[in-house]
Design a protein around this ligand. Sequence first.
Ligand code: ADP
Ligand code: MG
Length: 697
Amino acid sequence: MRAFFETSIEFLKGVGPQRAILLSKELKIFTFGDLIQHYPFRYEDRTKFYQIAELTDELPFVQVKGRILSKEIIGAGHKKRLVAIFSDGTGQMELVWFQGINWAAEKIKTGVEFVVFGKATRYGSKFNIAHPELEPVININQKPASLHPVYPLTEKLRAKHIESKTLSKFMQELLVVAKEKIRETLPLSLIQRNRFIPKKDALINIHFPPTPEALAAAQSRLKFEELFYIQLRLLKMKVLRKEKFRGLIFNDAGLVTTFYNEHLPFALTNAQKKVIKEIYSDLKSGKQMNRLLQGDVGSGKTIVGFICMLLAIGSKAQAALMAPTEILAQQHFKNLGRYAAKMNLTIELLTGSTKKSDRKRIHERLQDGSLNILIGTHALLEEEVQFHNLGLAIIDEQHRFGVAQRSKLWQKNDNSVPHVLVMTATPIPRTLAMTLYGDLDVSVIDELPAGRKPIKTVHRFDSHRLQVNQFLREQIEAGRQVYMVYPLIEESEKLDLKHLMDGYESVCRAFPDYAISILHGKMKPEAKDFEMLRFVKGETKIMVATTVIEVGVDVPNASVMVIENAERFGLSQLHQLRGRVGRGAEQSYCLLMTNYKLSADSKVRIETMVRTNNGFEIAETDLKLRGPGDLMGTQQSGVLDLLIADLGKDNEILQRAREAAVEILEQDPELKNPENQVIRIQIDSSRKSTMNWSRIS
Ligand code: ADP
Ligand code: MG
């Protein structure tokens, strides 16, 4: 049975060797099994007819019933085209052909009732469909009305005349021969409990749904199944790793006690304490820790990381912290360096720009064990970086690292695997975390340090500039400082810079009595440092900048963030920028400036920012708006090559799938129960998922 779905696509009727090569190159369709899992990404509703009077630019493809009033060939040479006037009684539109003119002119007869199908575009007051599909109503009435599948394609395939229709033909051929071979892939109990339709029906209906209801039933079953198997594998991997790797045992909290009693600069929040406890119980358990620490910007993850380092060092192991950028690594080195000095611990910084001689010294100190803490960028992952005894590896902002890199850390010791703590400041929506890090345990810091007032966020239109400036003036008079951030919007850096400079000039004109800083990516490092320092010292009151201030700047007295053209920023970025203020004791503000015209998505983004300071809520909304592929760094992770589920939308299904996977593994960890036989077979056979699987492990 397996062999059937492993049959090369070349042997499907109508495909042949040439097209088989194309399909494999362009769509990674090699076998029958791959083809049947090439799901439509949308459906054309051929049950619905639009009226010309109700057409809008936003509609995707539309179907209109009417008659040709007249036809005419106009222009010459490459401008030659056939234009037909088409009417349905509610209005008129133009149908245009640039190619196959003679053929089309022959086919379209005036007076006959046609169904026209295509994308309507407005030109002036009239709508126009170029190269429409066209069929006499008489023919259409003989076919059953249904939803037509539209398949993902590439330009190259189109050029070789493999269209959605072609794939749909192949699919029909395949289903004829495959229908009887499709076996069930979920255990009966799951099917019954969720009232799923059988796998066979799901596969047929996902390609050729007779009704919208049948489509919905097929989708919910296939989405569940996809997410269920991902969860099952992640959970199995977690169990396996816990069994296989013995963790180093760190149970000496002596250094931590000293640090608490003598050097801790502030009282920890309850959330920080809770998380440290969770981590400590992992570290002394004898099992290897793989934990994700989530916490909003400014929630105080760094100190938690340091305290965990003390646990490792107290038990004679070394600790490492890896950050995604040089700036962040430097900042950690500076902050943790202060704590380390107080505790008489050795600490070094290793990045791409570390000098060779320093590198040599660091390598030696790592090897002989005299170095307690190493901070760095992905330079830490290089092979020559070997530890005497790495006990704890902390990764800051994990989502910028490929998941495979995490496992590289495990090879840093000869004989044991370090504990791994992944810290993320950009909150990852739960759905995504579950899929990307379903094999990790999760801790959350859900509380900001005391004394921080929530940032007040407002939306103002550009036309309110005078009031806004008045407000800024009041804040500055009260002793505060202001950030004004401009987006990188144009394709060209030159234009961006001009945009920023224009902004800078108008700010200078509006506030002639204050010193103003400017900061952008094209400035020399010394110039940047100089400007930054002036702002930190309070010599300048306003900092006009691009998004370079997103990371690495910490000025508690700066309590107002103005974001220009806020509609151009993504939600996560807006939230990160806003996180630059609200670090001091004063009330902080974030002003989102936009012009009047806002797209629907921009409106949602702005409204979300105004409504909530909660990074998780913001990340959820961001995921819904943009889809997971756009979220930073997640593209390479492999697990997100989902065939049908959509992490932005299928939260609820994911939840159920995960619960089901947990339950099954609890009751039958080895999957020995006869009812779970189908699961074993499925894990062994699904090639596409196995490919994903190998990429994340
Ligand atoms: P993030 O979670 O974004 O990495 P940081 O660890 O950089 O946050 O902490 C942000 C700021 O809050 C730092 O200046 C840090 O010293 C401070 N901080 C952390 N924990 C506390 C606390 N419990 N009380 C007061 N300030 C704290
Ligand atoms: Mg941080």
